[in-house]
Ligand binder design. Structure first.
Ligand code: FES
Length: 126
């Protein structure tokens, strides 16, 4: 299936779901205000792949990413690692709460799929 529709209203704040899209997992997290603040307070000069949080999501409370480590393609674990985001156990890449690489061998931030909102809490990915 080329596109997938996701009802974001079923994701409680502070948690996330995985949805398959084109054979890959999507990580869709409903971030808390604290998580958004944490993501936005980072000095971009500290980032290996500098990208402001505001460029990572259409609506900051819903982060939609491709859940595939940009190193060699393992699936990172949620809510783990040293930066409050995701941790890839294969070779130790740490991603922050915006999915940006912070430490480890991954060369770039978790990729973002194309998506758009069709109403306040529904997206179509693809
Ligand atoms: Fe994730 Fe190597 S595949 S760190």
């Amino acid at each position: 299936m080329a596109t997938v529709e996701v009802d974001l209203s079923r994701i409680p704040e502070g948690s996330e779901i995985k949805v398959m899209w084109q054979g890959k997992p999507l990580f869709i997290r409903h971030r808390t205000a604290e998580e958004i603040e944490q993501a936005r307070s980072v000095d971009l000069s500290e980032l290996p792949d500098p990208e402001p949080d505001s460029d990572r999501a259409i609506k900051p409370e819903y982060l939609v990413m491709i859940g595939v480590c940009t190193h060699l393609g393992c699936i990172p674990n949620a809510e783990s690692g040293d930066y409050g985001g995701w941790f890839c156990p294969c070779h130790g890449s740490h991603y922050d709460i915006a999915g940006r690489i912070r430490k480890g061998p991954a060369p770039r931030n978790l990729d973002l799929p194309p998506y758009k909102y069709t109403d306040d809490t529904t997206i179509i990915v693809g």
